[in-house]
Design a protein around this ligand. Structure first.
Ligand code: BMA
Length: 316
């Protein structure tokens, strides 16, 4: 059965997109988007973001046997903390969870919004039933944290995207001995002038390990007279030293084209928090369309590597 449509040579959209919309959610939400997805016990677990009708976000859970058809749990999975040290920094909502498999657990990195700005919360789970909030792992203003699946040279590693007026919004790498304290940061990929990602770049899916290096599927933003366009690109980083960028593909791998990507809560957006690499080296790439619905497409490790090596633009 042919389940995909060709949009360009890199990512094939699933014909059944969108795979989730607000109509599939058994509680009242305005959107379903920007989900983290992993495989757990032969199931795909999706943690998706929804805007409530007050404009603030919560996280829901859906599961699937095939990665395309998802069933949504009757209750939200995570809502902003209302007591304890987390409450003060989650008051305006929690968003855009990356589910990072790391050693024997799943690390949930989410954006926490409050009057103090946007910072990253780290929670862990082993079974997607019990969740433990560990710590905030940044001050404001930080978004888009993805943690690598294992330590490299005895340090945990993450890509992140600090927000500062003094330098273009770029992808950085940071290190930690314990997942809580992070530092030794370095800038690794910056937006490129008059390029599809000239306004900002940010980590998307947790890095995928390949024999040639770490694949980093990221988002890039270009500003136009009618607003920003969010697209996805891919870069390759050294296995032993991810701060060393081997290549950044010059062309994007996905741009808003389907009607549910072109119009919605925020028009012209494809935004990813997840890619699941399968044993056969195919990849299921998940993205939010127009901050309104969830979509999926397929690609392969080979196609992404070829894309990086065919034409690379400077990282910095
Ligand atoms: C970014 C984040 C994402 C969102 C995107 C497009 O700044 O807020 O959650 O998908 O904007 O609106």
């Amino acid at each position: 059965m042919n389940t995909s449509t060709h949009t360009n040579k890199v990512v094939l959209r699933y014909r059944g997109n969108p795979i989730l919309s607000k109509h599939d959610i058994p509680y009242s939400v305005a959107t379903v988007h920007n989900a983290g997805v992993v495989k757990y016990k032969n199931m795909y677990i999706m943690l998706f973001r929804s805007h409530l009708a007050n404009g603030r976000s919560i996280i829901g859970l859906a599961n699937s046997e095939d990665g395309f058809n998802f069933t949504v749990s009757p209750e939200p999975f995570m809502t902003p903390a209302t007591t304890g040290e987390f409450a003060e920094y989650e008051r305006f909502g929690i968003e855009d969870v990356r589910v990072c498999p790391c050693e024997d657990q799943f690390l949930l990195c989410y954006s926490a919004y409050s009057r103090h700005g946007t910072r990253i919360g780290l929670a862990t789970t082993k079974d997607f039933i019990k969740v433990q909030r560990l710590a905030f792992i940044s001050q404001a203003d930080m978004r888009n944290v993805v943690i690598f699946p294992h330590k490299i040279n005895d340090r945990y590693v993450r890509f992140d995207r600090p927000h500062t007026e003094s330098v273009a919004w770029s992808i950085w790498v940071s290190y930690s001995p314990d997942l809580i304290h992070w530092g030794q940061s370095r800038r690794v990929i910056q937006p490129l002038q008059y390029h599809w990602d000239e306004m900002k770049v940010g980590p998307g899916a947790p890095p995928i390990k390949t024999s040639k290096g770490w694949l980093n599927i990221y988002h890039g933003v270009f500003n136009t007279m009618s607003g920003a366009i969010y697209r996805l690109g891919v870069a390759l980083h050294d296995l032993e030293d991810p701060s060393r960028v081997i290549a950044v593909a010059d062309d994007w791998i996905l741009q808003p084209e389907a009607p549910h990507e072109l119009t919605g809560y925020v028009p012209n957006v494809v935004f990813t928090c997840a890619a699941v690499a399968e044993q056969d080296e195919t990849i299921k790439l998940y993205w939010g369309g127009a901050d309104s619905v969830m979509c999926v497409g397929t690609t392969t490790i080979k196609r992404l590597l070829d894309h990086c090596s065919s034409r690379s633009r400077p990282a910095l």
